[in-house]
Design a protein around this ligand. Structure first.
Ligand code: ATP
Length: 239
């Protein structure tokens, strides 16, 4: 059995006095893709923000590679291999493609490997190599997506937390993004936690599906079961 790279136990979190996550339990096996699915407001984005250290949990535990992450500063989380690509993607429009990518290597101590990782990202995303001197705001939606993903990959993450990567993208670009995630999982053993409204695309690439409702995980199942079991889909996904 694959060991879990990430587990959350009874995780609670919110914004100020407003609770959003009410005791989330989840397990993300190493080298797999997990799709987090659920209606608007279910708490998916809040879950990713909590796992990436942006929000501090009010209760519960987050274990990464067996170690408790509570109270770990974001910088150290990045060093330990957690990368977060937020909704809206966080590309800085006033910086060039190259400058945005270098931000991903900011915390890397091994400068030589950071340069290697940068080269790999340019090979992976050829349009970024061509446009490395263009500003972030001059890029298309698909290119901005590549840049956000590329910036995360420059940090050589072990765990990639991806929030709505398909938002606003053409179906062809969505398919390319999903294929890339699959390739990274298969070739490098990357572990991915993927929040997606585009349930079919996400389940097509995922190993596991997690359904959230009202701040709780209500179902965790192999993605294959969620794809193939019509009753389960009707009950939890509404199609
Ligand atoms: P969506 O698909 O719409 O992004 P989601 O499942 O990702 O939904 P969250 O964005 O985590 O859900 O939102 C969960 C709840 O937290 C919602 O009720 C939302 O209004 C609230 N919320 C989200 N962000 C904030 C914030 N910055 N301050 C206060 N409340 C927030």
């Amino acid at each position: 059995m694959t060991a879990d790279l990430l587990t959350a136990e009874a995780l609670a979190c919110g914004y100020g006095p407003v609770p959003v996550l009410h005791g989330v339990d989840l397990r993300v096996p190493t080298g797999t893709i997990t799709a987090v699915i659920g209606a608007n407001g279910a708490g998916k984005t809040t879950l990713l923000r909590t796992l990436s250290g942006m929000l501090r949990p009010s209760a519960g535990r987050i274990l990464f590679d067996g170690q408790d992450l509570r109270g770990t500063p974001v910088e150290q989380l990045v060093r330990r291999g957690v990368a977060h690509v937020p909704e809206g993607r966080g590309v800085i429009g006033e910086l060039t493609v190259a400058e945005n990518l270098r931000l991903g290597a900011l915390w890397r101590r091994d400068r030589r490997d950071a340069a290697r990782a940068l080269d790999e990202v340019y090979q992976l995303f050829e349009p970024l190599a061509r446009r490395r001197r263009h500003l972030g705001h001059q890029l298309s939606g698909g290119e901005r997506q590549m840049l956000a993903l590329g910036r995360a990959l420059v940090a050589r993450p072990r765990l990639l937390l991806l929030d709505e990567p398909s938002l606003g993208l053409a179906p062809r670009v969505v398919a390319q993004t999903m294929a890339l995630l699959r390739r990274l999982r298969d070739d490098t053993g990357l572990t991915v936690l993927l929040v997606e409204q585009n349930v079919r695309s996400a389940l097509a690439v995922a190993d596991q599906g997690i359904v959230m409702s009202l701040g709780r995980v209500v179902l965790a199942a192999p993605a294959e079961r969620l794809r193939d079991d019509a009753d389960l889909r009707h009950a939890y996904l509404g199609f």
